[in-house]
Design a protein around this ligand. Structure first.
Ligand code: B12
Ligand SMILES: C[S@@+](CC[C@H](N)C(=O)[O-])C[C@H]1O[C@@H](n2cnc3c(N)ncnc32)[C@H](O)[C@@H]1O
Ligand code: SF4
Length: 510
């Protein structure tokens, strides 16, 4: 029986692969999921030749006649190309690419795959599969770009899925059609089967349009193709969670992967009531102070909200000027204080290394971070230029970056997404990175950090401050890791991720 094989590259968590697999199975196609490598942060990001051989041998054995590869990030393009060539040569079957990078930069991908599926892939992949399985070409299908028929075909996008409840959710019960290849091992079954954290998404799109974010590229692309921001019903969400708890009884925590957890009060009220009654596990979300007013925080905390990745990025003024984003600094303060008051852990996320960030802005951002009630967790990201975002287009137009700086032609995201000291920076930027890393921890008094930030000597000689920041950060990671281990909450993947970072000498701030 011919079958589809879907491959996820260095991301065992992939929602995309699982949802596509469910869509294909629902449409009647036997479908395998193949996970190659660990998480991206694991030290090995090159393809392991033996793993590739075993993957191809397994696909041959199982009669895979159509291959789908998820090319989510431009930085992994060389690996995606290498793997695609090996599959085409060995198996002589068509290889279809889809995923965020294909959607953002299809021109760059067209040379390398037989078919590209842009945007949401469920129904397009089912159609492509039905054609290919019938021995036909799949050249005239909405969302598909291809040169398979000899001429280049760029079909328009179909409308966005209007009703997210109509999609099948990922399945974790059928284990005989999932394989995980890494370091010479093959495991059957879903790599996440024993994970204590269950990840899911309840939305697609976003209500905002921040310039640095992939959303600004997707929104432009999808203009005129239906409602961009969509939410699943509360009932559909809880039904997925109840199913997951049945088939994965080890789940201890829920992580909503949505980039902005549901900015709709009515939905949140229903959700919180039902979630508390039916699921009652601690849960984590991504959000922004704009969404989390005091009342919403109370509501979510009452339902079990434990941790919030809180997007702050930079100062209110710079956010507005550069990124089309309005979050006043005082609101960040209010939000973090309120979360702490309710026992919810905020993980503040900031964005550095924008070429237009002035010295005054860097100082002001330190002020914003120092004004928050300590301690709190902090993730510091270094601006990466995804293809097609508003900020990337603007910087390209102004000549502030070149095409070689855009992810796909660049792989900065692999090396410096979480900012650390392995990337060369101007001395003053090293100083500010070190000061930000110290700002969220109680060890160094705030006035000293202010003083360090304004003293010319340290702007030219930041090494001592950098060493201090590294040591303090390392201490916090060790304490945090040990207590998570004791609570039984240090998941296998988080541990691997940290060990990978450790190996790369690039421990992120926390
Ligand atoms: C959740 C998430 C994560 C989670 C979990 C991933 C997961 N569960 O899938 C984690 C934290 C692991 C993660 C990791 C990373 N992520 Co991420 N992630 C996301 C996020 C917010 C949602 C992804 C998602 O699951 N969407 C829902 C599913 C259904 O959509 P999808 O994956 O796009 O899949 C659909 C289509 O793309 C398509 N499709 C996908 N694959 C395929 C394959 C085939 C054959 C076909 C036909 C179609 C198809 O069909 C799917 C169903 O409609 C996106 C932002 C976004 N809105 O896309 C960022 C995003 C994809 N991530 C991004 C980045 C940078 C990363 C990291 C590099 C971060 C890092 N340094 O660690 C890693 C990369 C990991 C890897 N190897 O790919 C960037 C990518 C930018 C780029 N193009 O380079 C995005 C766009 C973030 C942003 N807001 O700007 N991520
Ligand atoms: C998935 S985003 C969600 C952000 C959240 N919705 C918000 O409003 O802030 C998570 C974090 O990734 C970081 N990030 C997003 N785009 C980035 C880019 N182009 N380069 C580096 N970091 C980025 C930002 O710091 C952001 O807070
Ligand atoms: S940064 Fe957050 S709020 Fe802004 S567009 Fe992206 S996901 Fe939406």
């Amino acid at each position: 029986m011919p079958r589809v094989g879907l491959i996820s590259l260095f991301v065992v968590e992939s929602n995309g692969i699982r949802l596509l697999a469910s869509a294909l199975r629902r449409a009647g196609y036997d479908t395998d999921e193949y996970y190659l490598g660990y998480h991206l942060h694991h030290v090995k990001r090159t393809l392991d030749a033996d793993d590739v051989k075993r993957l191809i041998a397994t696909m041959r054995e199982r009669g895979v006649s159509v291959v789908g590869l998820s090319a989510r990030i431009g930085a992994l393009l060389p690996q995606a190309i290498e793997l695609t060539r090996a599959i085409q040569q060995e198996l002589r079957v068509p290889v279809v690419w889809g995923g965020a990078h294909v959607t953002m930069a299809p021109e760059e991908c067209l040379d390398h795959a037989d078919y590209l599926v842009l945007g949401e892939g469920e129904s397009a992949m089912v159609e492509v599969t039905s054609r290919l399985m019938a021995g036909e070409l799949a050249t005239d299908i909405a969302n598909v770009w291809t040169r398979a028929g000899g001429t280049e075909q760029r079909n328009p996008l179909r409308p966005l899925v209007a009703d997210l409840d109509s999609l099948a959710y990922p399945d974790y019960h059928s284990n005989s059609d999932k394989f995980w290849f890494r370091d010479g091992r093959i495991d059957e079954g879903d790599p996440l089967a024993k994970e204590p954290v269950y990840r899911l998404m309840v939305t697609r799109g976003c209500v905002n349009n921040c310039g640095f974010c992939g959303v600004s590229a997707f929104r432009r692309l999808y203009e005129g193709r239906g409602r961009f921001y969509r939410v699943r019903s509360v009932e559909n969400t809880l039904a997925e969670l109840e199913y997951a708890l049945q088939v994965r009884p080890k789940i201890r925590r829920i992580r909503f992967d949505d980039e902005l957890f549901v900015p709709r009060k009515d939905w949140l009220e229903d959700f919180c009531r039902e979630y508390k009654a039916r699921i009652n596990l601690p849960f984590d979300i991504l959000s922004s102070p704009r969404i989390l007013d005091d009342q919403t925080i109370e509501l979510l905390a009452g339902a079990g909200l434990d941790l919030v990745y809180l997007g702050v990025q930079t100062t209110g003024a710079a956010n507005q000027a550069r990124y089309e984003r309005t979050v006043p600094d005082h609101d960040v303060r209010r939000c973090v204080a309120k979360l702490a008051e309710h026992g919810v852990r905020p993980v503040v996320q900031v964005l550095i290394d924008d070429p237009d960030a002035s010295l005054a802005e860097k100082r002001a951002l330190l002020g914003v971070l120092l004004a928050l009630p300590r301690p709190y967790d902090l993730l510091i990201y270094s601006l990466c230029h995804w293809p097609g975002t508003s900020r990337t287009l603007q910087l390209l137009e102004e000549g502030r970056i070149g095409p070689e700086d855009v992810e796909g032609r660049n792989d900065k995201v692999l090396r410096q997404f979480n900012a650390d000291f392995t990337r060369p920076r101007a001395a003053v930027d090293e100083l500010f990175l070190a000061l930000y890393m110290l700002a969220n921890k109680r060890l160094v008094p705030r006035p000293i950090l202010f003083w360090l930030s304004s003293h010319g000597y340290f702007a030219e000689n930041p090494q001592r401050v950098v060493e201090l920041a590294r040591a303090v950060n390392m201490g916090k990671l060790v304490v945090r890791g040990s207590s998570a281990l004791l609570r039984g909450e240090l998941s296998f993947h988080t541990l691997r991720q940290w060990l990978g970072d450790w190996n790369n000498r690039s421990l992120p701030s926390i």
